[in-house]
Design a protein around this ligand. Structure first.
Ligand code: SF4
Length: 345
């Protein structure tokens, strides 16, 4: 508690020294959960705001990819996926309601096990950032059975940050960088961005320390990448995981929910692994789909709206009756704000 008080007080002094309002973004559902669970927004000094960006991998998966997964199930494949993805609405229903053989797995290794035990086609819906992609790469590099494939829905964080900075829609003063992603990738790639950035851990004092370091950078007129999570993150990350990623995947131009196609922001399988690509195997194309509800997940994911700005929040849209993905996933801002209510704001 003493540390928390000390950091909070220093944060107040740093915001006063900066002399203007500050708007920082984090890109990680675990950061949002930590902020909400510990009521950190309630102790932030006036003039300091932290918003969540596109940090929930399930939430940023566009409707077209959900529709493709549903189509695979309807064509008779066993679709294996994380539980969080089951209830995300597609154009005409969800994986949970599609009537196909959809199985919840803890990870890609369980989906491979499933394929080893059957002659049927098994497709793993492979979502996630740089954090989860290396385990998928490792599975594909270990010769999984030929009836196994993935629907590749991975996304990379830095290209989305580049897009957000280029658009300037959210008027951001800096980023709290995602600790889990940086464990894998390190933070060298983020040094290209001309704004304050701090890699932060997930304990309440680590989040506040990250905000303090960001605020001090602004006050001192600096823009650097600093590491407030050195017990887990190094500048170069995990070389083995990065090598696996580079061996199996290559960057691809993909759409994010709430964003247009962002160059190099996704992953696709390199040629030697293309036989595990479910899109090619089943000749499925992912089509852009227009939004058909009043859901403002797109704006929430770009950091220009908060969950209570949505007129459906905690009314028509709840975890039991989700209208958008941000209310489905445990890492979604709407679900987290609904769970922690006043503490989140
Ligand atoms: S409250 Fe529901 S409908 Fe509104 S933005 Fe969040 S997920 Fe979408």
């Amino acid at each position: 508690m003493a540390v928390l008080r000390e950091v909070t007080q220093a944060l107040g002094e740093a915001v006063a020294a900066a002399g203007r309002d500050l708007n920082f973004m984090h890109i990680c559902g675990t950061h949002e959960a930590a902020i909400a669970r510990h009521g950190l927004r309630s102790v932030l000094p006036k003039g300091l705001r932290i918003v969540m960006g596109p940090g929930c991998p399930v939430c940023i998966t566009p409707q077209g990819e959900i529709d493709a997964a549903i189509e695979l199930a309807r064509r008779g494949a066993i679709v294996a996926t994380y539980g969080d993805l089951l209830r995300v609405p597609g154009t005409g229903g969800s994986l949970e309601s599609c009537g196909g053989d959809v199985r919840v797995v803890q990870g890609v290794h369980k989906a491979v096990e499933c394929a080893e035990g059957t002659d049927r086609e098994v497709v793993f819906v492979s979502v996630g950032f740089e954090t989860t992609a290396p385990t998928v790469a490792a599975a594909l590099a270990s010769d999984p059975p030929e009836n196994f494939s993935i629907l590749c829905c991975h996304r990379l964080v830095p290209p989305a940050m580049a897009w957000l900075l280029e658009q300037g829609e959210a008027a951001l003063d800096g980023f709290l960088l995602p600790g889990h992603v940086c464990v894998v990738t390190g933070y060298r790639e983020y040094e290209q961005f001309p704004v304050p950035q701090v890699v932060a851990g997930f304990e309440p004092e680590e989040v506040l320390l990250g905000l303090l370091m960001l605020t001090r950078q602004v006050g001192e007129g600096r823009a650097a990448v600093e590491n407030a999570y050195p017990r887990a993150v190094t500048r170069d990350g995990n070389p083995r995981a990065r090598a696996l990623l580079a061996e199996v995947f290559e960057p691809a131009d993909v759409e994010w929910r709430g964003f247009p196609v962002i160059p190099g922001s996704g992953l696709r399988l390199r040629e030697p692994y293309r036989r595990y690509d479910a899109q090619e195997r089943f000749d499925i194309r992912i089509a852009p789909t227009p939004k058909a509800t009043a859901c403002i997940c797109d704006r929430v994911l770009r950091g220009v709206a908060s969950p209570p700005d949505c007129r459906l929040f905690s009314r028509a849209c709840t975890p039991r009756t989700p209208v958008g993905p941000c209310m489905v996933s445990h890492e979604g801002a709407c679900r987290i704000w609904h769970q922690f209510r006043g503490d989140a704001a």
